[in-house]
Design a protein around this ligand. Structure first.
Ligand code: ADP
Ligand code: MG
Length: 300
């Protein structure tokens, strides 16, 4: 089966005058149909940059990215816009609803952009809004709704065009804890219904709702192994990324891995940085050291 996302050795740099800042470094990632992946990393690690690349909102210099088999790097701007509209449903931290439009019209927007007739767009939108328990709020403007309701409206908008990928950037970041939990429960249900989800977060407790976690550190990806999925309960409270409401609050002392082959340790597991592939292991057999909860450091 063709992966939904296939990224191979992708790198992206920002240029400022003479200097070059390499923000994504030789990233490889596959996401299959039905996956629920969290990309977890501290502030400044490259999460938003990667989200913009995955979401076809930004370009990259090196490597390959295929979205549902379509080579993104070769598309022009109009083709990218179309691919984005058809393949991806976006969910943002701050909802990104258009304030002057009703919930219904906001939800219809991806379909109207696609050229679907208004009446049909309205029917499809009402279907999603009903499913999300928003049917009695469809005429309201976003500023008349709670944060949780606004995020539900945004999720209805993300789902309405039946995209192949739901791409969420800190989807609970602006919500109180209880409402955030409701949104995460909803994500679990949407995934059970067959939706593929990629969620970007700095919060380990949010990431743990996903079926699979990939760490991003200083622009490099480190993937947890199957041990991670089997042993979710082993994860200590204090871990690589601490809990917090806002990305800006995160200040994580971290030595940064840069060389393939170096080992990085976080919450009792170590990750081996390799060009183009990632391995994870549990325990400390080969170093003889015990990895304390929350410890994260590099082994030379
Ligand atoms: P995160 O979302 O994980 O906080 P970002 O992807 O926003 O991280 O940023 C990663 C790095 O890239 C940071 O060092 C940031 O300063 C830099 N960066 C992000 N956007 C730009 C840009 N448009 N121009 C130059 N540097 C940028
Ligand atoms: Mg960010």
């Amino acid at each position: 089966m063709e992966p939904i996302i296939k990224i191979e050795n992708l790198s992206k740099s920002y240029h400022q005058g003479e200097s070059e800042l390499r923000v994504l470094k030789n990233i490889s990632l596959e996401v299959m149909n039905g996956d629920y992946l969290a990309i977890l990393g501290p502030s400044g690690s490259g999460k938003s940059t990667l989200m913009n690349v995955i979401g076809c909102m930004d370009r990259f210099q090196e490597g390959e990215y295929c979205l549902t088999g379509c080579a993104v790097g070769q598309l022009n701007d109009a083709q990218l816009t179309r691919l984005r509209n058809e393949k991806i449903g976006f969910i943002f931290q701050k909802y990104h609803l258009i304030q002057k439009y009703s919930v219904l019209l906001n939800t219809m927007m991806p379909l109207l952009i696609r050229g679907i007739p208004r009446k049909h767009a309205e029917e499809l939108s009402m279907e999603k809004l009903n499913m999300l328990g928003m049917n009695d709020r469809v005429g309201h403007k976003p500023n008349e709704l709670s944060g949780g309701q606004q995020q539900r409206a945004a999720i209805a908008r993300a789902l309405v065009g039946t995209p192949e990928l739901l791409l969420a950037d800190e989807p609970t970041g602006a919500l109180d804890r209880a409402t955030g939990q409701e949104v995460l429960k909803l994500f679990g249900e949407l995934n059970s219904m067959g939706n593929t989800i990629v969620m970007i977060t700095h919060d380990l407790s949010v990431a743990q709702h996903a079926k699979r976690i990939v760490h991003i550190i200083d622009g490099e990806l480190y993937e947890d192994g199957q041990e991670e999925q089997a042993g979710e309960k082993e994860l200590p409270d204090k871990a690589l990324v601490q809990k917090g409401e806002s990305d800006e609050n995160q200040e994580i002392p971290l030595e940064k891995p840069s060389m393939p082959g170096r080992r990085y340790t976080a919450h009792g597991r170590h990750f081996v940085a390799r060009a183009g592939q990632f391995r994870a292991g549990v325990g400390s057999k080969d170093t003889g050291q015990s990895h304390a909860a929350g410890e994260h450091k590099l082994h030379q």
